[in-house]
Design a protein around this ligand. Sequence first.
Ligand code: X8Z
Ligand code: ZN
Length: 613
Amino acid sequence: MKDLYKLSLTAALVSSALLLGACGEKVVTVTESTSVSTAVNAEQAKAFVKTAADELSTLLLEVNRADWIASNFITEDTEALSAAAGQKLTETVVRLANKAARFNDIEVDYDTRRQLEKLKQALTLAAPADKAKTEELSGIVAKLNAMYGKGKYCKTPDNCMDLGQMSSTMATSRNYEEQLEMWTGWHNTAAPMKPIYVRQVELANEGAKELGYADTGVLWRSKYDMEPDAFALELDKQWGAVKPLYDALHCHVRAKLSEKYGADKVPLNKAIPAHLLGNMWAQSWGNIYDLVAPADADPGYDVTKLLADKGYDELKMVKGAEGFFTSLGFAPLPETFWTRSLFVQPKDRDVVCHASAWDLDAKDDLRIKMCIQRTGEEFSVIHHELGHNFYQRAYKNQPVFYQESANDGFHEAIGDTIALSVTPKYLQQIGLLEQIPDESKDIGLLLKLALDKVAFLPFGLLVDQWRWQVFSGQVTPEQYNAAWWKLREQYQGVAAPVARTEADFDAGAKYHVPGNTPYTRYFLAHILQFQFHKALCEKAGDTGAIHRCSIYNSKEAGAALNDMLEMGSSRPWQEALAKLTGKPDMDSSAILAYFAPLKTWLDEQNKDRQCGW
Ligand code: X8Z
Ligand code: ZN
């Protein structure tokens, strides 16, 4: 999944490619890569790749089904079945990885070499060769997934709230104490995960070492068609370029929150308390738009209200998002998508509500699993999820090792790119909005979007900065929580609203940590989606302001997008990027240009303020 594709296998090797898609991770375990001295040739290497692909395809379907059920019906039994399937996959991948190593030193054609490499690099969590340890790791992966899905805050034993309910309160409450109660209630659910997570780190690192990686973090950084250290430097460079924009937004938002809650609660020279930003993790801030909106430049509409006024239920929201993709020339989703997906939270059982997109069979069995709320924010998330599904379908004719996005950031960026085209003009075209606000209101629109997209950037980076430190041992279990809050403060300028200790496990309160989904992908996606949007608007022949462009109905843009998507991961991501944008580099100038008018406005607002923390 990637968008949460959510599969977690426990083995060290599955390549993302095989896997699923967006946020689903297969954690495969690999063991040693022994080289066998039997003479082998290029022909055998090619044949091996084909046999391995067939074997994995069959197994993946089995694993995907087990994981789908485990996430849709959380019970001890489905957890055990998911763990068993994961273990089987792990063992298979390990065996294949070891066999693949026989071809390390012989000359083979480009595609054979690339697929062998994809096979060796596929894992998210590598497990050690020892069978008992593989089983233990598979069990942990399944358990953490279930624990997160079941998490609840209970005021009293018969008055409990789940994450969806608490998130709604966080989004709409303007009461300091009420938001704090939600924040603390949810974050405390993660504490029991800590010892289990500690053990998972040990096992996964052992597996990574057996594969030849210094630790699991190095393994994760090795998947970007460049040296792992160079990749880390590239991230720093991108962050450095967008940080001034983030800092300006932070400064304005803090000033407004201080006006609202008082300078004793939100001091003007310190990090912002993490529970006041309208989101459980303070990762996107669009829900507090009303508190920071420009008095004279408000666009005067709100997508949540428009959806309600026009009677959009969950199904209609998904149909609406599908309609955008079909307007670009993509075929409609298959009938089974509609019968097998989960759109509405079931009342009678626990499910993993975190949105995800699935590709069960790499043919046509696409699904999403999402407890949709009828809000504008969720309307965007639906576009995000469908981006995963349309990507999955576009690369389905690639060999299994290439059935993945160019890099994982691409998978996360596609649906978001489409959502950038959900402009007032588009909302009017589909009959949701009567009147397009005039250009004098653009600052309000840009501010609203920046609260989601720009505010997200440092969070998108820091989750894996934390995990990389944990995996490398730079941060030990005695320092987990302190290290988490140090990064939260350093990157985001947000602070824990109450004292936290090492008995807490606040990183574990974020889905992707117990879910073992790498997170840097979202940082990449937040840079890339603006590059994609710009390129697609050019293809669509839209020459107006970039934030007013919508590619709706443009078959030219759709064809250009499809050309990139159908490549899967068959070529280095830089080539895929160049195919769409003409240039092979990640480039933050697109996001900076998009928000340039807002930056000017923010600087004006901030001119007599002291910024920073
Ligand atoms: O997890 C997701 C998607 C599924 S891949 C809903 N996202 C990240 C998050 O929610 O933390 C999308 C943006 C960031
Ligand atoms: Zn996603």
